[in-house]
Design a protein. Structure first.
Length: 496
């Protein structure tokens, strides 16, 4: 093999190395050679190295320790003993400390000994170690179960939460089987099959109920395969205890059921009022017919023609009352499934239920609807929404004292916007004050006297539209023109 004796070649090789190298004369403790990589690391670009003591490149707070370490390393190297790598810090050009690793070697040239230092920047490694430390600390302090379990279902490691929850020291968990914690029956019926799938490389997630520490717990479980050289050697077990969230959810569900029941009772009260308005005129017709028959019979003026006409009126009126009963009964029946229905027909039927009530309050209702629109949704719940909004508009028109001598209007528009069905209900009651617009959908919020309103009608309206019918409800104030006159009021827009 040919030997290269050209000093220039080795000088270039020394400069091009991607390792920081420092050469120190151990007799003078001066730096005699340094490559470009080391210059950048130690910020010595403009230094006269022949006059630089090696201690000057290290932070002043570490120079005493550095000197002792170097002297100890030199003594060992001179006697051919092994020297451990050292970690120290240097001051970089931004006056910030840079952690480095120092590897010591000794070479002899022309009867002189030189200390060769190979320096490695540890900044990135230290950052990674710090980040890993944060992660480990976060995992240890996590309020969820974390464990590493081997192929034999034995615990290799657990976090603090595991230890505290079961009252067992972390080291005592190691080697214990999962059945030790959860019981053999639960392990065999629930855990084993899913855990075995994780051992085959499948990520598993499931929810389960289990009795731990004499209390029923609702858990969300994750099994994640842990690989080593592309082979699953264990499983990371991550378990969230969702018991409190489940209890909170159940509590909210009970509250929602109560609100729904209260909404139904409030709606029933309003319906009874509407029934009274709706039946007053038909009952008056029946009363008039029967009184007329009786009176004419007493005066012997009752003819077959008059009797037939009066009986036909009574039959038509009772048929109307019967149909009204069916309409009110259908309103209170809760939809079990979605059905396809014509929205325009539902609007008309809803208005029929309350038309008398609106008329008795001098409220006019106008419709501009596309009678071809059909949707698949909860029909009776949608009717409840319409009644709630129209009744809210009616109350606003009645309670607004400035409207006493003004025309009272409710407008309903039904149309399509792209693939969405839009229903607008607008009144001219003066709008909703800005300071309460965000509150009107809150439960029990009402601007009426306690004896007049429960404050759950609009709350249930939003619940039905957003949660049951998967739609959107928007409310805002607006100016609008109707029959060549300008008005101002509230708009409720339903988008489905």
């Amino acid at each position: 093999m040919e030997t290269i004796n050209n000093i220039t070649f080795y000088k270039q090789l020394f400069e091009k190395l991607q390792v920081s190298i420092l050469v120190i004369d151990i007799d003078t403790n001066k730096i005699v050679e340094i490559n470009e990589k080391a210059k950048k690391l130690l910020n010595l670009n403009n230094t006269n190295f022949n006059e630089t003591h090696y201690l000057e490149v290290f932070h002043k707070d570490t120079q005493i320790d550095i000197k002792a370490s170097f002297e100890s390393a030199i003594k060992k190297l001179l006697t051919d003993k092994k020297v451990k790598d050292l970690e120290y810090v240097v001051l970089n050009k931004n006056n910030k400390m840079t952690p480095i690793e120092i590897v010591f070697n000794l070479i002899k040239s022309e009867n002189k000994n030189y200390l060769i230092l190979m320096l490695k920047d540890l900044t990135l490694r230290k950052q990674r170690e710090k980040l890993i430390g944060y992660y480990n600390k976060a995992l240890e302090k996590s309020s969820s179960f974390l464990a590493l379990v081997d192929k034999d279902y034995r615990y290799l490691q657990v976090n603090d939460y595991y230890s505290k929850f079961f009252g067992i020291k972390k080291e005592d968990f190691v080697g214990k089987k999962m059945s030790f914690v959860f019981g053999k029956e639960y392990f065999n019926n629930i855990v084993k099959e899913k855990f075995d799938k994780a051992l085959e490389g499948e990520a598993i997630q499931f929810n389960t109920n289990v009795k731990l520490n004499e209390k029923e717990h609702y858990l969300q479980v994750f099994y994640e395969p842990y690989y080593n050289n592309n082979i699953v050697e264990s499983v990371v077990v991550h378990v969230y205890d969702l018991t409190k969230f489940k209890e909170y959810e159940d509590d909210n569900l009970q509250k929602e059921k109560l609100l729904i029941q209260q909404s139904k009772m409030a709606a029933m009260g309003e319906m009874l009022e509407n029934i009274a308005h709706q039946w007053r005129q038909p009952l008056s017709v029946i009363s008039t017919c029967t009184s007329g028959i009786t009176l004419q019979k007493e005066f012997n003026t009752l003819t077959d023609e008059i009797l037939d006409e009066s009986l036909q009126k009574i039959m038509n009126t009772t048929s109307y009352l019967s149909n009204t009963i069916d309409d009110f009964k259908n309103f209170f029946e809760r939809d079990k499934e979605k059905s396809v229905f014509n929205v325009s027909s539902l609007i008309n039927k809803t208005i029929d239920l309350i038309e008398m009530s609106l008329s008795s309050s001098d409220i006019e209702i106008f419709r501009q609807v596309d009678d071809t629109i059909t949707i698949e949704n909860y029909k009776n719940e949608f009717m409840q929404v319409l009644l709630n909004i129209i009744n809210n508009a009616k109350d606003a028109l009645i309670l607004n004292k400035e409207m006493q001598n003004e025309r009272k209007i409710i407008k309903i528009a039904l149309y399509k916007n792209d693939d969405k069905v839009v229903l607008d209900i607008v009144d001219n009651a003066g709008g909703i004050p800005q300071n309460i617009q965000e509150k009107i959908f809150e439960p029990y919020f009402t601007t009426k006297h306690q004896s007049q309103g429960t404050g759950i009608g609009l709350f249930m309206t939003r619940e039905i539209i957003t949660k049951h019918m998967e739609g959107e409800i928007i409310v805002k104030n607006l100016d609008f023109d109707f029959e060549k006159k300008s008005y101002y009021g509230a708009l409720f827009r339903i988008v489905i």
